[in-house]
Ligand binder design. Structure first.
Ligand SMILES: Nc1ncnc2c1ncn2[C@@H]1O[C@H](COP(=O)(O)OP(=O)(O)OP(=O)(O)O)[C@@H](O)[C@H]1O
Length: 658
């Protein structure tokens, strides 16, 4: 076989390079070959012509640089200047073909002659070789692009590592923006599916300039039913050219694309833990989508990163809610504990107070609350309801408990004596006061003074009482020396003191001072639930005292006790039980309520017995108050002194009289 050279010049000796037709060699070269002198092409082989998409003859005489891409020209010139006299230079540059397409070429140039002027290479000559590397270059760029994309995804993912929950939203927004900027689409939106079949939740959306972001919030599936159901069912939606790629049935989607000018749309469903949680959508408005399909799975991955972050936030919220519920329950438990402890203290300190009705429980709660303060307390309520017992309880729960509470019954003292009783006296202060005596206020110094029946205190003494209440100072009767005491006052009354202030029977300033913390003790008829436990407590107490053991109280009896109104309240109940216990001759106790006890029995009684019972009954009702309006004397329509005389004669004495 003959070589190309022998074909062209058959008479020459084959294999003798000095005889070869070098021009033909260049013309047949598979790479572009050219010679440049004074910057202009003086020879270009046919491949050069192909590279430039021009006839090689036509480019002779043209400046080579005029075919180089405008942006690359200065770089090429610099390279040329820097090239040595003999060293070949090698570089990549872009040519602009006649068809307008750029072609990336790899160039190797060597100087042929340096020209006339060493410092100015204007007329130097070069021989160059060019190879079209456009395809390689594009492949390289693609790889680089892909690498950049992967780098972006890695960076975006890294941004979610250990991200505090309150920054997740802003991080997703920023990530959507980065994706739009990198991928060149116009809008990226994150949609959560949720449990509502009719709505999805648009949680994040970023739109490039000139495009509307998707409105954040619930979005009705009915507005884009085909599209949403498609990717909600787990399918990737890849609509390169809209509206053509839409199926016939996607009527609303078609209208939507036309209205918004959407050219392409991609929706990628996202699963977390096997559950379809939502999806990422990408809209193209300014140009159609040119993404390769492989990109979709990578975008799905970043979507999962968003979704995982949202799931983490949701779990953290649930955890927070559970924690705050725990804290709430713990607080409640602590409160209940505190309450139970307080209740235990109450029971321990005043086990004598019996009753679990709501009414008495509320009273005890007030007692608890006020006990530890030094505030005056006004206990109001009918006779026999337990006001004194509660006063004692308040005292025992206070810091003053180590000293006994001093009790004064203002109704039982004659008006003439009450001042000296309360404030003390100097010797000879009044007729019969032979020696000096300290009063109850001094006695109660550092402790509590219980002023029972405070409504009976004479008006003229009320100012003096007010002064002690205000500053703890007073003078003994018959002296000018002021005495200071630290006394906590608890007062009680079964009268309507407020009404008394209106009738000017009680000083209103004293009333307001006393009623800083009023506690109303309800009558027994308003807490009938307490009657069985009170009954049994009294039965046991009297039984112990009398050496009797009662095992049964007939149901009918207990019902009668609960139905009775007990005008004398607990004291009356206690008396009724005491009477029944005296009469009891078996271990079953029959208690007759005061009315039934009287029925049929009265006619067998002597006048003395009837008188005694009537006085006792009235005394019980008035709380053993003899004097004053509503007192026993007034009710029986006799003078207090007469009543006292009758009581003495009939041997009537107040039970547990101090
Ligand atoms: N809740 C109670 N539990 C047990 N006993 C009670 C209770 N309340 C009152 N009592 C008893 O009933 C009787 C009358 O109570 P107390 O003297 O405290 O009533 P009071 O309201 O001060 O009456 P008065 O207004 O007539 O002075 C006392 O023997 C007292 O121990």
């Amino acid at each position: 076989m003959k070589s190309a050279f022998s074909l062209v010049s058959g008479d020459r000796q084959e294999g003798d390079p000095s005889d070869w037709d070098f021009r033909l060699l260049f013309d047949r070269s598979p790479v572009g070959v050219y010679v440049v002198r004074t910057g202009r092409i003086c020879y270009a082989n046919p491949v050069m012509g192909q590279l430039l998409d021009r006839d090689p003859e036509s480019i002779a005489g043209e400046p080579l640089l005029s075919f180089v891409h405008r942006d690359d020209r200065s770089e090429v010139e610099t390279l040329r200047r820097q090239a040595g006299d003999t060293d070949p230079s090698r570089y990549l540059t872009r040519l602009v073909r006649a068809d307008g397409q750029p072609a990336t070429v790899e160039v190797m140039e060597s100087p042929l002659d340096v020209g006339s002027d060493e410092n100015n290479r204007e007329d130097a000559a070069w021989v160059g070789v060019m190879v079209d590397v456009t395809a390689h270059r594009q492949a390289d760029l693609k790889i680089q692009d892909r690498l950049n994309f992967e780098q972006l995804l890695a960076n975006l993912s890294a941004g979610f590592v250990n991200l505090p929950c309150d920054q997740i939203d802003s991080q997703i927004d920023a990530s959507l923006q980065s994706l739009v900027e990198f991928l060149g689409n116009d809008r990226s939106t994150f949609i959560e599916f949720g449990d509502d079949a009719d709505h999805v939740m648009v949680s994040h959306s970023y739109a490039a300039a000139g495009c509307q972001p998707f409105p954040i919030g619930p979005f009705a599936v009915a507005r884009l039913p085909w599209y949403i159901n498609e990717f909600r069912s787990g399918k990737t939606v890849f609509l390169r050219s809209l509206p053509q790629d839409l199926p016939e049935s996607a009527v609303k989607e078609r209208a939507h694309c036309l209205e918004e000018g959407i050219q392409s749309n991609v929706a990628i469903p996202i699963k977390v833990g096997g559950q379809r949680l939502g999806g990422l959508t990408f809209a193209f408005i300014h140009k159609p989508c040119d993404w390769p399909r492989e990109i979709l799975s990578r975008l799905g991955l970043i979507g999962e990163v968003f979704a995982n972050a949202l799931v983490r936030r949701r779990n953290e919220q649930l955890l927070q809610e559970a924690l705050s519920e725990n804290v709430r329950l713990r607080r409640q438990l602590e409160q209940e504990n505190l309450y139970l402890r307080q209740q235990a203290v109450v029971t321990q300190h005043h086990g004598r107070i019996i009753g679990h009705s709501d009414a008495i429980t509320r009273v005890l709660a007030d007692v608890e609350r006020v006990a530890t303060t030094d505030a005056p307390v006004l206990l109001t309520g009918e006779t026999g309801t337990g006001k004194e017992l509660l006063a004692q309880t308040i005292h025992e729960l206070s810091a003053r408990k180590d000293r006994p509470m001093t009790v004064v019954n203002c109704a039982s003292l004659p008006a003439t004596l009450i001042e000296s009783e309360l404030f003390g006296r100097a010797a000879g202060a009044y007729t019969g006061a032979a020696s000096a005596a300290i009063g109850r206020f001094e006695l109660a110094d550092g402790s509590t003074l219980f002023l029972d029946e405070i409504g009976e205190i004479p008006l003229e003494l009320q100012a003096k009482l007010l002064r002690v209440l205000q500053d703890g100072r007073f003078e003994r009767l018959g002296t000018a020396k002021t005495i200071s005491v630290d006394v906590r006052i608890i007062a009680a009354t079964n009268r309507d003191l407020e009404a008394a202030t209106r009738k000017n029977l009680f000083r209103s300033d004293l009333y307001y001072r006393l009623s800083v913390f009023p506690i109303h003790v309800p009558p027994l008829r308003d807490r009938r639930d307490d009657i069985p436990s009170l009954t049994w407590a009294f039965v046991e107490a009297f039984g112990r005292r009398m050496g009797k053991s009662i095992k049964t109280i007939p149901r009918r009896t207990m019902k009668q006790l609960q139905d009775h109104d007990w005008p004398g309240n607990i004291r009356e109940l206690s008396n009724a039980i005491e009477r029944a216990m005296i009469l009891a001759d078996s271990d079953t106790l029959h208690i007759e309520t005061p009315t039934t006890a009287r029925e049929g029995a009265d006619e067998q009684k002597t006048l003395k017995e009837v008188e005694r019972e009537q006085i006792l009954r009235v005394l019980e009702k008035t709380g053993w108050r003899i004097r004053g309006g509503g007192g026993a004397a007034e009710r029986l329509d006799i003078k207090p002194t007469t009543l006292e005389a009758r009581m003495a004669k009939l041997g009537i004495r107040r039970p547990n009289q101090r």
